[in-house]
Design a protein around this ligand. Structure first.
Ligand code: CO8
Length: 266
C-alpha cells in the first residue's frame, strides 16, 4: 500500500511511502515536470533528509503525468550569461549529486519523457526501469547548450562514449525499447505495470543486508572513477567493513543453520 508522506512537504515534489520505500514524484505536470530552480533546491533538501530518515531504505523516482522530467525549465534560461550558466550548472550538479551519492538504493521509474536534465537525473539512480511509452533524449545541443547535470560524464560511463556522443550530438529522441537495447535502461514494462515492477525490483534488493548494499554501492561508485587496481583496493577495504557487521554474522550463520537471515542493518 502506498500513502502520501506528509513529512515531506514540497511545492514541486510529492513523496509517497510504500512501507520502507520512498516514492519521489516530480510534480509540475503542466510543465512536464521541468526542473526549475525551486525544484532543484527542493530535490537537494529532500535527498539530504532521505539519507538520514531511518524509515526509508530505498527510493524510487518517478514523474506525475506524461513526463518523468522534460529537462531543465527552459523559461529560466533566457536571461543567464556565462556566469549565470556556470551557477546554473553548479547548483544543478549539487542537487543531482545529492541523488547520486545517497547511500540507499535508488531506481528511476521512467514513466514518460526523460529529456535533458530528466535523462541526467535518471543516470543518478542506481538503475532504470522504463514504461513502454517512455522516451529519452539529450536535446541540449538543439538549444545551443550542452548537458549540465553530469550528462557528459555519466552517460558515456553507462553506455560507452560512442553511443553517448551519438545521443548528445544529435539530440535525437529514442524510445524505451531502444534505450533498453543500448543499456540505458535495465528493463521495459507495460505502462500500467511500471510502479509495481519498480517496487518489486527494489524489494528484491531490500531483502538483503542494508549494510552490504551500502558498501556495494560505495565500492561500485567510487571504483568506477579509478583504475582497476585502485578500485580493487576500495573493494578490499569495503569487504573488511562488511565483515565487521552484525548482518554478516547473521547472514553467514543463517545459511549454515539452514534458516532465513534476519538482517538488522548493523
Ligand atoms: N521547460 C519549460 N517548460 C517546458 C519544458 C521545459 N524543458 N518542457 C515542456 N514544457 C512545457 C511546455 O512549454 C508546455 O507549456 P504550455 O502548456 O504553457 O505551453 C507544456 O510543458 C507542455 O509541453 P508541450 O505543449 O510542448 O507538449 P508536447 O507533447 O507537444 O511536447 C515535448 C512534449 C516534446 C517534451 C516538448 O515539450 C519539448 O520538447 N520540451 C523541451 C524538452 C527539452 O528540450 N528539454 C531539455 C531542456 S535543456 C536541459 O535539460 C539542460 C540540462 C540541465 C541539467 C541540469 C538540471 C537542471
Amino acid at each position: 500500500e502506498t500513502r502520501r508522506c506528509a513529512m515531506y512537504d514540497y511545492n514541486t515534489i510529492n513523496v509517497d511511502m510504500n512501507e520502507d520505500i520512498a516514492i519521489v514524484r516530480f510534480s509540475r505536470p503542466k510543465a512536464l515536470n521541468a526542473l526549475n530552480h525551486e525544484m532543484t533546491l527542493e530535490l537537494a533538501e529532500l535527498f539530504d533528509k532521505l539519507e538520514n530518515d531511518p524509515v526509508v531504505r530505498g527510493i524510487i523516482l518517478t514523474g506525475e503525468g506524461r513526463a518523468f522530467m522534460a529537462g531543465a525549465d527552459i523559461s529560466e534560461m533566457k536571461e543567464r550569461d556565462a556566469e549565470g550558466g556556470r551557477e546554473f550548472a553548479r547548483v544543478s550538479n549539487y542537487a543531482f549529486s545529492r541523488v547520486a551519492d545517497i547511500s540507499k538504493p535508488t531506481i528511476a521509474a521512467v514513466n514518460g519523457f526523460a529529456l535533458g536534465g530528466g535523462l541526467e537525473l535518471s543516470l543518478c539512480c542506481d538503475w532504470r526501469i522504463a514504461a513502454e511509452s517512455a522516451s529519452f533524449a539529450a536535446p541540449e545541443v538543439t538549444l545551443g547548450i550542452i548537458p549540465s547535470g553530469g550528462g557528459t560524464q555519466r552517460l558515456p560511463r553507462l553506455i560507452g562514449s560512442g553511443r553517448a556522443k551519438e545521443l548528445i550530438f544529435t539530440g535525437k529522441r529514442i524510445k524505451a525499447a531502444e534505450a533498453e537495447r543500448i543499456g540505458l535502461v535495465n528493463k521495459v514494462v507495460p505502462d500500467e505495470a511500471l510502479m509495481d515492477e519498480a517496487v518489486k525490483s527494489m524489494r528484491e534488493a531490500l531483502a538483503n543486508s542494508a549494510v552490504a548494499l551500502r558498501y556495494a554501492k560505495e565500492a561500485i561508485d567510487t571504483g568506477i572513477g579509478l583504475s582497476l587496481a585502485d578500485g580493487i583496493k576500495v573493494e578490499i577495504n569495503s569487504v573488511g567493513m562488511v565483515f565487521g557487521s552484525e548482518d554478516r554474522l547473521e547472514g553467514v550463520s543463517a545459511f549454515l543453520e539452514k534458516r532465513k537471515a534476519v538482517f538488522r542493518d548493523k
